[in-house]
Design a binder for this molecule. Structure first.
Ligand SMILES: Nc1ncnc2c1ncn2[C@@H]1O[C@H](COP(=O)(O)OP(=O)(O)O)[C@@H](O)[C@H]1O
Ligand SMILES: [Mg+2]
Length: 331
């Protein structure tokens, strides 16, 4: 066992399947009590990284640690320290059973006593927003997609693991449910002190996490703390969101030429985020500058940049070298 505070760690991990390199010299970690996101487009290597962490795949090179244990050499420890929530909740829960009965069924596999399983399941379900007896006791086939997902999270936590790993817990959910699941995971992390690893293809996940690693074609593109990345932006990411009734490409090109601005980012139809070169921006001056080039904003609001903004600027080459990153969803 390794004696440090890292609960999740991949060190120089390379995975080859036949001749293909699926992961190439990957390094990332999460400290105890953190939420880590592994983010990337389809085929980036996220599930493979998770399989390496759960000892389903032995890497060709490198070391892998979970809660301080070497998952290759001390594989037998995994059952005790790890919880896993697979991508499809259907494979992990019985539709005819209630949330409590599912928890009981899975808890039994860990030889836990019935009363202990029930106390724990109720505690977790309560944190997950299952407030009534009725919700905990109805067959989960009658629950909504978001509620079923929460039951599968409860099952993943039933053995009181130190580290909970989730493969795409927000995929297939509507935007508000994705945020709801991420908020519930944050609550579990705070209340139970469990270290969490979330695999996701949405960049928005980054804003809910302490640390993120972005994978692309088997390599690490970015690893670090989202809050630290935002400090690289002018004014620590404080910027102005400007909406127009109608904005053309030519209009945006003109705005990009305004000398007092450092970055101009299109974040949706007729909407920009504008990063001034220095300090707090004077909204009045900005409006004047826009009018001067013939553009009339319909709304200006001071807002904070999020990680998706940072990443878009990064991939456009705003901080130097242009990164050829493809297939990551911007949501
Ligand atoms: N068992 C396998 N045999 C061959 N190729 C595989 C295997 N598992 C994964 N791959 C390939 O490795 C790459 C990464 O896959 P995966 O880790 O599932 O990506 P992600 O979860 O990010 O979508 C993909 O190109 C995939 O086709
Ligand atoms: Mg996957």
């Amino acid at each position: 066992m390794k004696d440090d505070e890292k609960d999740i760690e991949l060190k120089n991990v390379t995975v080859k399947i036949r001749k293909a390199i699926i992961l190439q010299d990957i390094n990332f970690y999460a400290q105890h009590g953190e939420i880590l996101a592994i983010i990337g487009g389809s085929g980036a290597g996220k599930t493979t990284a998770l399989r390496v962490l759960t000892a389903q795949i032995k890497p060709n090179e490198g070391e892998v640690y979970l809660a301080g244990y070497n998952v290759i050499k001390e594989k037998e420890k995994l059952e005790e320290i790890m919880g896993y929530v697979p991508q499809l909740e259907e494979v992990s829960a019985y539709p005819e059973f209630s949330a409590l009965k599912n928890a009981y069924y899975f808890g039994k596999m860990y030889d836990l006593p019935k009363n202990q399983i029930e106390t724990r399941a109720r505690q977790i379900l309560e944190i997950l927003g299952f407030e009534t007896e009725e919700m905990m006791k109805k067959p989960i086939r009658e629950l909504s997609g978001g509620e079923k997902k929460r039951v599968s999270i409860c099952i993943g936590l039933i053995n009181n693991p130190k580290v909970l790993l989730l493969d795409e817990p927000t995929t297939g959910l509507d935007a508000h449910l994705r945020i709801e699941v991420l908020n519930y995971l944050r609550n579990l992390n705070k209340r139970l002190g469990v270290t969490i690893c979330i695999v996701s293809h949405d960049l928005e996940t980054a804003d809910f996490c302490d640390r993120i690693v972005i994978l692309d074609r088997g390599k690490v593109v970015v690893f670090g703390q989202p809050s630290e990345f935002l400090k690289d932006l002018p004014n620590n990411g404080r910027c102005v969101r400007v909406k127009f009734k109608f904005l053309t490409v030519e209009g945006q090109n003109k705005i990009e030429k305004i000398k007092s601005l450092k970055y101009v980012l299109n974040i949706g139809r007729n909407t920009l985020k504008i990063f001034p070169k220095t300090g707090k921006y004077n909204l009045g001056e900005l409006i004047e500058e826009l009018y001067a080039i013939g553009l009339e904003p319909s709304e200006l609001t001071e807002v904070d940049a999020n990680f998706s903004d940072y990443f878009r600027l990064l991939s456009q080459g705003a901080f130097g070298e242009k990164k050829d990153i493809f297939d990551v969803d911007f949501m």
